[in-house]
Design a protein around this ligand. Structure first.
Ligand code: Q9C
Ligand code: ZN
Length: 342
């Protein structure tokens, strides 16, 4: 399986994440990818290539152009306004306020385009986010050209980013861009399967009213974890999209028997629908020792999950999402890929 990876992810390394009332070293850090690359090498995934330059056209077509301009210019505006440190959202539109009037002041704009203040923007964030989506695009082209699978080793991750909001360590929704590119290259039915521990709110939102991209997500129940305000089982899509969104929220302590039953159900939905291609939002934070999650998956369970996904026999792009038990993030990620290829 070919792996697409850009060194430019390093340009995004915030010093601080607001976590439990304190600033901590961000959980989403560059070393995550070192562990994954080392494990790939060890397990003979030697076909690792840098992506070509990002193709902006499918990104501006799918996402909000004002949001993209904001991401591109936010750092300079923040500095020009005389603010130090890193960009952190402090004021967000809440119940009873205007949701659709964009402030002029950069501090206000940050709140408008952000949904969770743990995620900081730094000088290199925009370039890193573009390099991340470039890997997803290269993986999509590789599979559209006939490969049966590819792994986009994306960082920063993407599934929490909507068309016009960042948060949850995500800025550009790599999996959503990948799915749309499959549609543009002729696939009629594209499925996105999100096995990251957290609900893929961004991907759900982008395709919520569409019947051509089916979304299924296995995740921690929103009453117990981020993103808290979305991810319930009764969110089934809207309008034309009704019946094409499947959420599997699960409570703290969930182990592989329950998790894999949800996976099997999602796989059955995707297969019954007749998906032609699959995009997997591959987070491995369902692991038992993940520092910010509460499922109980063992490393071998990831191999088994990959095997179940592989039995669909669909052309597949894996996009890296979360996973923060840094020593094991490599093993668990590569286990999914090995199970898939079995
Ligand atoms: N104090 C992904 O896995 N909450 N994003 C962090 C830590 C946000 C996770 C809580 C979690 C975002 C891609
Ligand atoms: Zn996650």
């Amino acid at each position: 399986m070919r792996v697409f990876y850009s060194e430019d992810h390093r340009l995004h390394f915030p010093q601080a994440e607001l976590s439990g009332g304190q600033f901590v070293t961000p959980f989403e850090r560059p070393s995550r990818l070192e562990y994954i690359l080392n494990r790939l090498r060890k397990r003979q995934f030697l076909d690792v290539v840098a992506p070509e330059a990002v193709d902006m056209a499918p990104i501006t077509a799918l996402l909000d152009p004002g949001y993209l301009t904001f991401l591109e210019t936010a750092w300079d505006e923040w500095k020009a306004a005389g603010m130090g440190g890193e960009i952190i959202a402090a004021n967000v539109p809440a119940r009873g306020m205007h949701m659709d009037r964009i402030p002029e002041n950069i501090d206000g704009k940050v709140g408008y385009y952000c949904h969770a203040s743990e995620t900081a923007i730094t000088q290199g964030t925009w370039k890193a986010a573009l390099s991340s989506v470039a890997s997803a695009q290269a993986a999509q082209r590789h599979v559209a050209a006939g490969a049966n699978a590819a792994f986009a080793l994306c960082r920063p991750p993407g599934h929490h980013a909507t068309a016009d909001q960042y948060g949850g360590f995500c800025f550009i929704n790599n999996a959503a861009v990948t799915a749309q590119m499959f549609r543009d290259s002729g696939a009629e039915r594209v499925a996105v399967l999100d096995i990251d521990f957290h609900h893929g709110n961004g991907t759900q939102d982008i395709f919520y009213e569409r019947a051509d991209v089916l979304f299924a997500s296995l995740h921690g129940a929103p009453q117990q974890t981020y993103p808290y305000f979305i991810g319930y089982a009764d969110e089934k899509g809207r309008g034309e999209g009704e019946g094409y969104n499947f959420n599997y929220p699960m409570l703290s302590g969930t182990g592989y028997s329950q998790w894999s039953a949800a996976l099997d159900d999602a796989i059955a939905k995707i297969s019954a629908w007749g998906a032609e291609v699959l995009v997997v939002s591959l987070g491995v934070d369902a692991y038992k020792d993940d520092p910010i999650s509460f499922f109980q998956l063992e490393s071998d369970d990831f191999t088994d999950a990959g095997r179940r996904i592989g039995r669909m026999k669909l052309p597949t792009v894996f996009c890296m999402e979360g996973g923060y038990a840094v020593e094991m993030v490599g093993v668990n990620t590569v286990n999914v890929l090995e199970g898939f290829a079995d």
